[in-house]
Write a protein that binds this ligand. Structure first.
Ligand code: MG
Length: 378
């Protein structure tokens, strides 16, 4: 458990948590955020992340990131930053590990497809779904639904949310209406997510052969580290070159983020978590690094995420999601009795919960069961 003497005055403290919706005895000798982290790791939704796509569908290769390995990388980067800034590492870790729990199968294509299906039923946002998973959908405790996590962990998980949804959420939604910030631990987890996915998408993209080093050299962040690695190891080739470059890119981003955030904190003169919430966002990159990140993102969007082979995969994925949703909404009796009961209670939202909870391979299997005509039995 982290105490005030070890942490900065603006860090979130276990002992000062705003607490849990259902009061529970203290987690001692664990800290409250440590307990949250443990609950997240033991959840079913966390284990399903292993079989959910980041960019490449799980079965395309054993070395590509999945949402599980992505979440672990986010947590590791987040903890490094939190430690350097004397923030609460356990809180950053808990938020990082939980941030993608609500993600649909098939990455962003799945999320967009499900959001389109749900447009007349309140839409679908994966951040909000992550919160729904930890607040309601996990069923592990006798006395409450969900994991009953601390306010600060839930606040960090809900990175974005529409104003309409914010109004429904009570105290957790209020900050979006008041335009306030979450804790620095949550801000750091959010930026660690960006560092992780940009860099591993470079790595996975190169591994897949859909993008190449020559092309990536158009971006400053890649090219300067490419030149450095080439100069230092002129004989090196293959995957090691990529790893040497990506390592340096991650390091550069972390150091810039830490230095810029320290300067922001000093300038704002914040002395407490409350002041962090009331200030402008304090964790961030320098203007130059932000531009370099944007350049890299633009490159990845254009050459990787919109590569025709990725587009074929995402369009197929979207069709699977859409077909499943249409079939279940038209005929809920296709669902197991347990899910039919949920639909009776929550309508279309229960179908979205069911589909969002699927892994890539489960969604494909369900699609074949419903629409495969080479076998009529289930
Ligand atoms: Mg993520």
């Amino acid at each position: 458990m982290s105490t005030r003497s070890e942490l900065a005055p603006y860090a979130a403290l276990d002992a000062q948590t705003r607490g849990r919706v259902h009061p529970e005895p203290s987690a001692f000798p664990r800290g409250e955020f440590q307990r949250d982290r443990d609950r997240i790791v033991h959840s079913t939704a966390f284990r399903r992340l292993e079989y959910k796509t980041q960019v490449f569908v799980n079965h395309e290769g054993d070395h590509f990131r999945t949402r599980l390995t992505h979440s672990l990388e986010v947590a590791q980067i987040g903890r490094t930053i939190a430690r350097l800034l004397k923030l609460n590492e356990e809180l950053t870790e808990a938020v990082s590990l939980a941030h993608d729990l609500g993600h649909t199968p098939f990455g962003h294509a799945g999320q967009d497809a499900l959001n389109a299906c749900m447009k007349d039923h309140g839409g679908f946002e994966h951040n909000l779904q992550s919160l729904r998973v930890v607040d309601r959908l996990e069923q592990r405790y006798a006395e409450f639904d969900g994991l009953n996590l601390c306010y600060e962990t839930r606040e960090g998980i809900l990175k974005h949310c529409s104003l309409a949804n914010a109004r429904e959420l009570g105290d957790l939604g209020q900050r979006f209406l008041d335009k306030k910030q979450p804790s620095l631990e949550a801000q750091v987890a959010n930026l660690a997510d960006e560092i992780a996915y940009n860099n591993h998408d470079v790595d996975d993209g190169l591994r897949s052969g859909l993008i190449d080093e020559e092309g990536l050299r158009e971006t400053r962040l890649f090219s300067r580290h490419y030149d450095e690695v080439r100069a230092k190891y002129p004989e090196l080739n293959g995957r090691r070159v990529v790893h040497e470059i990506v390592r340096r890119m991650i390091n550069t981003l972390i150091l810039d983020l830490v230095a810029t955030t320290r300067a922001n904190l000093e300038q704002a003169g914040v002395r407490s978590l409350e002041e962090v919430r009331n200030a402008a966002p304090l964790a961030g990159f320098s203007a130059d690094m932000l531009e370099q990140q944007r350049e890299l993102k633009r490159y990845l969007r254009q050459h990787l995420y919109q590569h025709y082979k990725v587009m074929r995969m995402t369009s197929k994925a979207a069709r699977i999601i859409q077909s499943l949703f249409d079939a279940f909404i038209a005929e809920p009796r296709l669902l197991s009795p347990e899910h039919q009961e949920h639909v009776q209670r929550d309508g279309a939202r229960a179908i979205a919960d069911y589909i969002a909870g699927m892994t890539d391979r489960y969604a494909m299997r369900e699609y074949r069961r419903l629409f495969g005509i080479d076998e009529i039995t289930v």
